[in-house]
Ligand binder design. Structure first.
Ligand code: HEM
Length: 178
């Protein structure tokens, strides 16, 4: 997994828990990488899951609440650093439809070693049905990013079904358009 997601997670934790507590957390986690992340480096995604779980127990918040706040943070970073992807996009559903065949394609050009999931979709005038598949068990991150994306555009679109496989490697999401 690319370092950008880790660097931003550590920034997010520093804002939330303070620098000292965040450093303690990284020390306690005994991570293979030692917790020295660079934006362009490559890390085991297990470290992300480990940091998230430990941060949740330290902050007293549920891991999914923490993941939600982190996803909103990373979405603001995407909007700041990759603003081109937001141009001419007027809704969350429009953006979600471009993740697989545009956004992540460009991400791969920037970082050829990026590990990206596969999204496919079907839609009618009422709903978007989005399918997530990955060799990595990151469906909870996909769900959190999807919600942050809908929230970012602040429209009436809503996630109404979230059907995550037990192994977390695939999921089916239904988003109502109005
Ligand atoms: C401007 C928008 C976006 C940018 C710049 C972006 C970029 C990235 C980057 C750099 C990674 C890390 C790749 C790696 O770890 O090697 C990633 C992974 C991921 N992205 Fe995006 N992304 C965007 C939007 C979205 C949205 C809207 C979703 C929503 C559903 C999404 C879902 C994911 C997931 C689930 C992963 C984790 C990898 C996996 O599941 O296997 N991304 N993205």
């Amino acid at each position: 997994m690319k370092g950008i997601l880790f660097v931003e997670f550590v920034d997010f934790l520093e804002n939330k828990l303070g620098e000292d507590h965040t450093q303690e957390l990284i020390d306690d986690a005994n991570l293979d990488s030692g917790g020295a992340y660079s934006r362009v480096g490559q890390y085991d995604y297990q470290e992300m899951i480990q940091l998230l779980t430990m941060a949740a127990s330290k902050s007293g918040e549920q891991a999914d609440e923490l993941l939600k706040e982190y996803a909103e943070h990373i979405f603001r970073v995407f909007n700041r650093d990759y603003s081109d992807f937001f141009k001419e996009i007027n809704s969350g559903v429009e953006m979600l439809k471009t993740v697989d065949d545009h956004i992540h394609v460009e991400v791969r050009k920037l970082y050829p070693d990026a590990e990206l999931p596969k999204f496919t979709y079907q839609e009618d005038s009422q709903q978007l049905l989005l399918h997530y598949r990955s060799p990595r068990p990151l469906a909870a991150i996909a769900e959190a990013l999807l919600k942050a994306c809908l929230k970012h555009f602040g429209s009436t679109e809503k996630l109404i079904v979230s059907d995550i496989a037990e192994d977390q490697k695939s999921a089916r999401f239904v988003i109502s358009k109005n």
